[in-house]
Write a protein that binds this ligand. Structure first.
Ligand SMILES: *Cc1c(COP(=O)(O)O)cnc(C)c1O
Length: 367
């Protein structure tokens, strides 16, 4: 027998998440020097991590024989101080991806459904399907979420609506007033997850006041991460802010030590590394203009982005992706589940990395 058949059909039919190709893998496959490879495929922070964060990590490494604080007291306190919520409203995760999984584990099951947009972050359909729940996907509007269509798509059995703001891989942003209107429209027995992984890359006046909305909307779950602007993608820390009763259920399905000790300490320090986050924001903005100008010069269209990446229409994207790989540049194809077969998603890198990408792209288009 095929032992896979022991697993429920909804698990067997999951299409695995396709991460950006690791530098070491491309180096192995093509016999390239790792130091010559530019990876702009996973929306990582090209500046690395801040100085306070580095010092905190070095100190934390001395005590690895101990289990982490399963309650994450210090990090939760830091978040409580920053956002003015109660301790009981914070849920920590091994990356915000973990928190999204906790939502699906706690609230989705066979016979339920979740609403999401076309082109939305790939983890939503995966997490939904892994619980045997049904995905209701609404067509995108100018590559972004059509919030009216999403509210209208909520069914009898819907428990969760997933909203990425800004969205990955399109970089689109739903305006604050449209989001608020959407929240008023979704029934209060349906959870609305607003995934703000790129929040720190938004201009201050474009940020929705989601944390304040928690007081009015008990069904709202806000998720954030330390993987992007804080530069901690490798350590894996994210969190949800929610009503205490929602947070309570999420904490019941959480592994007791889901966030490791180094990550806990690093994230608390990173939260205070304000100067580093400000620099990451400024560098990203500058790089975004640089890549936009380069794309324009090549006669290409792109989707205006509010994140630390940009999705550019290159035509035969699968082929251009391979040509870029041969030139030692890794970007992210967004065909397949993302349904954008003519686009490539490119993370904004350092000035030199962006330059390398644009030169490789120009050559790949001509080849
Ligand atoms: C990167 C990303 C995340 C989370 O990444 P983690 O590293 O797991 O925190 C969540 N949502 C979106 C839309 C993302 O792009």
């Amino acid at each position: 027998m095929d032992l896979r058949d022991l697993s429920p059909a909804y698990v067997r039919s999951i299409a695995p998440y396709q991460p950006g190709k690791p530098i070491s893998e491309l180096a192995r496959e093509m016999g390239l020097d790792e130091t010559k490879i530019v990876k702009l495929a996973s929306n990582e922070n090209p500046l690395g991590i801040g100085p306070r964060t580095r010092a905190a990590i070095e100190a934390a490494v001395r005590d690895l024989a101990r289990y982490p604080d399963g309650n994450g007291f210090e990090l939760k306190q830091a978040l409580v101080r920053r956002y003015g919520v109660d301790m009981g409203q914070v849920v920590l995760g091994n990356g915000s991806n973990d928190v999204l999984e906790l939502v699906s584990l706690a609230f989705l099951a066979p016979g339920t459904s979740a609403v999401m947009s076309q082109h939305a972050f790939a983890v939503y359909p995966l997490a939904t399907q892994a619980r045997g729940a049904r995905s209701i996907v609404t067509p995108a509007k100018q590559f972004g979420h059509d919030l009216e269509a999403m509210a209208a798509a909520v069914a009898e059995d819907t428990k969760v609506v997933w909203v990425a703001n800004p969205n990955n891989p399109t970089g689109t942003l739903a305006a604050s007033d449209a989001l608020e209107k959407f929240l008023r429209r979704v029934p209060e027995h349906v959870l609305v997850v607003i995934d703000e992984a790129y929040n720190e890359y938004l201009q201050a006046d474009l940020r929705a006041d989601t944390v304040k909305w928690l007081r009015r909307h008990a069904n709202l779950v806000v998720t954030r991460t330390f993987s992007k602007a804080y530069g901690l993608a490798g350590l894996r820390v994210g969190y949800a802010l929610a009503h205490a009763s929602v947070a309570d259920v999420l904490n019941r399905v959480r592994q007791p030590f889901n966030v490791n000790s180094v990550a806990l300490v690093a994230a608390a320090a990173a939260l205070d590394d304000m100067e580093f986050v400000a620099r990451s924001y400024a560098e990203n903005l500058r790089g975004m203009r640089q890549v936009e100008a380069g794309a324009k010069q090549l006669g290409l269209e792109w989707i205006p982005s509010y994140g630390n990446f940009i999705t550019i229409r290159v035509g035969r994207a699968a082929e251009i992706y391979k040509r870029l790989l041969r030139r030692g540049v890794i970007v992210r194809p967004v065909g397949g589940g993302y349904e954008l077969p003519e686009h490539l998603r490119v993370t904004i890198g350092t000035e030199a990395e962006n330059e390398r990408f644009l030169a490789a792209l120009a050559a790949s288009l001509k080849e």
